[in-house]
Design a protein around this ligand. Structure first.
Ligand code: CA
Length: 577
């Protein structure tokens, strides 16, 4: 595997060099002799973390000293003050503060990187950076999510020291984007600044720094983690990436394009939900199930072979076309053309591709799907594009989200996302995305590991975008990245949770076992959250499912296939193939 990789790279390098030479016009490419093949160094096995006990909590407020950090409190939190799935979280110390207080020379507002750390009394020797979602702007309780919906455990409860931050601005609104430095902190620099500070605080609290460090999150948090895997690979041993909006500005612009399209299909002007009604979405969902459900061996309401489904389903062929008025039992010809166009990848007015395609899946009839497609363009994406990612930002005084979407010039917005200026020298795609998403050599070669999951019915960040990225990562690693990075599509799951899916799982524990024990995960068992689930009930579950259905989530490209006998409610009767 490594021999193949180095031989291939050497050959490509030689061809590229030859192609660039000045004198090859008459003779064609001259292939230089290949250098001797060097075996790749073995990937090191990292040692397991060793725990320690916290000293006095309140005294930390004065004992922590770190450049530009202001500690505002250190408070002992009794066991049971926080709970997870009804269970008490153990005693810990809550440290709050701010890093890098400043006043913006551009908008005159005060900024800082606000944070809290929760330091368990009985520490497992590990650090967890909790990367948060949305546009950040609030310090979410630092419990350390382990993935999926309705988690039954969290990193804090498992003994990790956890940090959470607002990523450099103090309101969950997009207007911080007017300040250039706040853009960069949100994009990547808050993680870069907080990570060494957090390790320093852990050193002060426990008398030693963390043996092993992890970063994880979903949505924008998945993006933070994916960016950290590229930019701060020297700082992290394990990276947990959920539904990454790793090309977030483009995903948001594509969703604005979608909003504009659904508005053009709306039977009630201005009400985007009437462009593709719940009945019509249920019709399409059932048609997808009809063509794709059994491809994995079980007609169980889950499309597990997502790749095969894209070849098997055709919206135009498999859904009736209305002969009269729309009534929920058909789609109009205009709907078919425009909706199929959005699924195949939104484009600008001039035909430029904005973002990737979305896979057909059964999860598009849910309320969550509708909220992202019909509400978010106006409520969320418009402001983010206008103020965080556009150069120059739009005028806050005259901004209106609905008008912004309905009157959007997508070509002009795409240009603004890629633009720079003297005030905003780094463009949105630079500060929001990994510098080279498929180059994770630093992470790989130091023995760090990465686990990625993505719901196949995610309506805002397409799992196809993650699949394309993972294929690029495989190609950059001799066609196999599974020795350091694995990708687990979650059939039917919407954005980070929900959807007709088994969305309850813990990816952090298998990640730790991979990093520290060398136990590579081939699959992760996930559960449905039906009636009585301790983590909360998933209202999107179909009526026919067992409340406690389980499934293996399989490492891509394998998919869960029914073994042919036994209950379809039990993961034991499915295999990753
Ligand atoms: Ca199935």
């Amino acid at each position: 595997m490594h021999t193949l990789k180095f031989t291939t790279l050497a050959a490509i390098a030689a061809l590229a060099l030859a192609g660039c030479s000045d004198n090859d016009n008459d003779h064609g490419p001259v292939v230089a002799p290949l250098p001797p093949v060097q075996p790749a160094p073995p990937i090191p096995q990292l040692a397991p973390a060793v725990g320690a006990t916290l000293g006095a909590c309140e005294a930390l407020a004065s004992r922590i000293t770190y450049p530009e950090a202001v500690i505002t409190s250190a408070t002992s939190i009794a066991a049971g003050t926080l709970t997870i799935a009804g269970k008490p979280v153990g005693q810990h110390c809550l440290v709050t503060g701010q890093l890098a207080r400043r006043t913006s020379p551009v908008d005159g507002q005060a900024y800082a990187i606000g944070f809290e750390m929760r330091l368990p009394q009985n520490w497992n020797g590990r650090f967890f950076y909790q990367a948060n979602g949305g546009v950040d702007g609030s310090v979410v309780t630092a419990t350390g999510p382990v993935g999926g919906g309705g988690p039954l455990d969290n990193a804090l409860n498992q003994g990790f020291a956890v940090i959470s931050s607002d990523a450099g601005h103090q309101a969950p609104t997009p207007f911080f984007g007017i300040d250039p430095q706040a853009r960069l902190d949100y994009g990547y620099q808050a993680v870069g600044k907080l990570t060494p500070m957090a390790k320093n605080i852990i050193q002060t609290a426990y008398g030693k720094g963390p043996d092993r460090s992890y970063i994880g999150g979903c949505s924008n948090g998945g993006r933070h983690a994916m960016v950290a895997a590229a930019r701060y690979a020297d700082q992290y041993d394990g990276v947990l990436v959920g539904n990454p909006g790793y090309r977030l500005p483009l995903a948001a612009l594509a969703n604005i394009a979608g909003g504009k399209t659904y508005a053009s299909l709306a039977s009630t002007p201005g009400d985007l939900t009437t462009g593709f009604t719940q009945a019509e979405r249920a019709l399409v969902s059932n048609a997808v199930l009809g063509k794709c459900d059994a491809l994995d061996g079980a007609a169980d309401g889950l499309v597990q072979d997502t790749g095969a489904c894209q070849k098997a389903f055709d919206l135009n062929r498999d859904v009736p076309t209305c002969s009269g008025a729309r009534n929920g039992s058909c789609l109009s010809a205009d709907q078919k053309t425009k909706i199929a166009g959005l699924f195949s990848g939104a484009k600008t007015e001039s035909g430029a591709t904005i973002y990737t395609s979305f896979p057909w899946d059964a999860g598009l009839a849910t309320a969550g799907w509708a909220s992202w497609k019909f509400g978010a363009p106006i409520d969320r994406d418009s402001g983010a594009v206008a103020f965080i990612w556009s150069v120059p930002p739009f005028d806050r005084a005259t901004f209106n989200g609905r008008d912004f979407v309905l009157n959007a010039n997508l070509d002009a917005l795409l240009a603004r996302i890629n633009a720079t200026s003297s005030t905003y020298p780094e463009n949105a795609m630079s500060f929001m995305t990994p510098p080279n998403a498929s180059n994770l050599g630093t992470l790989k070669n130091r023995g760090a590991k990465m686990m990625v999951y993505h719901g196949t019915s995610d309506p805002i960040f397409s799992s196809n975008d993650t699949t394309v990225w993972y294929e690029q990562l495989r190609a950059a690693n001799g066609s196999d990245a599974s020795n350091f990075a694995r990708y687990f599509p979650v059939p039917g799951m919407n954005h980070c949770s929900g959807g007709p899916s088994t969305d309850q799982f813990d990816m952090l524990t298998p990640l730790v076992n991979w990093v520290e024990k060398g136990q590579a995960p081939d699959s992760v068992t996930a559960s449905a959250r039906g009636a009585g689930n301790a983590g909360g009930v998933n209202g999107d579950l179909p009526a026919g499912w067992s409340a406690s259905r389980t499934r293996p989530l399989c490492a891509y490209p394998k998919v869960a296939r029914y073994n042919g006998s036994g209950s379809v409610e039990d993961a034991a009767n499915f295999s990753c193939q």
